[in-house]
Write a protein that binds this ligand. Structure first.
Ligand code: SAH
Length: 422
């Protein structure tokens, strides 16, 4: 009999409570002002932002651009990621000449904290300005013996998963490596995290806004800084990338990285999954599971977490649980390892205008029991930070939509007589 850690909370994501109209206006103004005060826009500087560089690229930068020894890069990484120092003048073990060179060619520019909010249970969320028009959200969730940060990879999302509020925001752009690792830096500095000594931040999940595998290079580079001893020193298994199922990129990830993989499944039949996750039309379940199999086989003893958001009457019935159990058993058999596939059930978090509802507690329990009885390792992810509306799976931020998604969604809301809070 498999066991359950029913109270496990891995992430809590936001429900857009920052995004009411008044707040948005204030955000726009403060954003604009702060960027003006800084005298530059996010892309307006020709200096290299050292947050963009992982160990190898920073070593190259020192050697090729500055004509310095490669190991100097290590000192700088420690100043930035271990001690949260961004001013070269404060990097006291670097010589004056080097500091002047750095000043000329480089900068250490973190995302701007527009505001942050703490929950009584220790959950903390930040609204971070990425450029004058766009902001994203990041959430920290402490739990017994660990602290997990949920990080965004894009401003908005180009996929159109039907039950996800980020989808209603449309898509603007990929985040740079600096903007991704910057989220970790902001949270780690706030927490007084000292890698290798006082670890407050023990896990990172790429489960915020965006599809991380559609921003592959920047995400992989940022994850390399998360795992580097000179960065945040997190073990491979403590950095998790969650994907809606970009099959070719899962293979590339397997070749280039060793992180934990989570796959947003949500349905075990193609018909239903295509309805919920339109990407399934391009990469159906059989292809997705084959890619997962290849991923696990490259890394002996690793497993994959399959996320399954439970929506009332849509995918939460015994028939769905049995389909899922069968799929998980097939997966374990294919890779010849028990518990190669784990299931993480996420009770749906509603947002204005959605046609879905959260499953009843009874159905959630019954769904989990059916899987456990079929020997599938299954957890229910509970939300945290209720008093600051830090619920799971609903990052919103502020997106200057380049698609028609936000406008279409607003029309839907208006037709339902709902105030436009998007
Ligand atoms: N694009 C990536 C990562 C972002 S979503 C992916 O699809 O995996 C992180 C997780 O939250 C995914 O499993 C997603 O399906 C889930 N999620 C999205 N909206 C949700 C909601 N309203 N309620 C509960 N979970 C949700």
């Amino acid at each position: 009999m498999t066991t359950t850690r029913d109270n496990t909370i891995d992430i809590a994501v936001l429900d857009g409570s920052f995004a009411d109209e008044a707040t948005q206006a204030a955000v726009r103004v403060s954003n604009q002002l702060a960027f003006q005060a800084a005298g530059k826009t996010a892309s307006g500087s020709d200096k290299t932002n050292l947050f963009d560089l992982d160990r190898v690229s920073l070593e190259n930068f020192f050697e090729e651009k500055l004509g310095e020894k490669r190991f100097r890069a290590h000192q700088v990484m420690k100043w930035i990621h271990h001690r949260y120092v961004t001013d070269f003048n404060d990097m006291t073990d670097l010589g004056k000449v080097l500091r002047a060179k750095l000043e000329l060619h480089a900068e250490v520019r973190a995302p701007m904290v527009i505001f942050d909010k703490a929950s009584s249970d220790g959950t903390h969320k930040w609204l971070l300005g990425m450029d004058p028009k766009n902001a994203i959200e990041a959430v920290f969730i402490p739990d017994k013996g660990r602290g997990t940060l949920c990080v965004s990879s894009q401003v908005g999302c180009a996929l159109n998963c039907q039950f996800c509020s980020t989808a209603t925001q449309g898509f603007n752009r990929n985040l740079s490596t600096a903007e991704i690792i910057g989220q970790v830096w902001v949270a780690a500095r706030h927490l007084g995290n000292v890698p290798h000594q006082q670890r407050k931040l023990t896990n990172v999940v790429m489960m915020g806004m965006g599809e991380p595998l559609m921003n592959f290079d920047n995400v992989v580079r940022a994850m390399s800084i998360m795992r580097d001893d000179l960065g945040y020193g997190l073990a491979n298994k403590r950095v998790t990338l969650s994907t809606a199922g970009m099959v070719p990129m899962i293979d590339r990830l397997g070749e280039e990285s060793d992180v934990s993989l989570a796959v947003s499944l949500h349905a075990a039949s193609d018909e239903l999954r295509t309805e919920l996750v339109p990407l399934n039309k391009k990469y159906p379940i059989a292809e997705l599971m084959a890619a997962c199999q290849r991923y696990v086989q490259r890394k002996p003893r690793s497993s994959i977490t399959f996320e399954y958001t439970l929506m009332k009457g849509v995918n939460d019935q015994p028939v769905h649980a049995r389909q899922l159990a069968r799929l998980m058993r097939q997966f374990d058999n294919a890779v010849q390892m028990k518990d190669a596939g784990k299931v993480n059930l996420i009770p749906f978090n509603p947002f204005p205008g959605t046609r879905f509802e959260r499953s009843t507690e009874e159905d959630i329990r019954a769904f989990q029991k059916l899987l456990l009885d079929s020997h599938v390792l299954t957890m229910v992810r509970r939300t945290r930070g209720d008093d600051i509306d830090a619920a799971c799976g609903q990052l919103k931020g502020q997106v200057m939509d380049r698609t028609r998604r936000q406008a279409d969604f607003r029309k839907t809301l208006q037709s339902q007589g709902i105030d436009d809070a998007a």
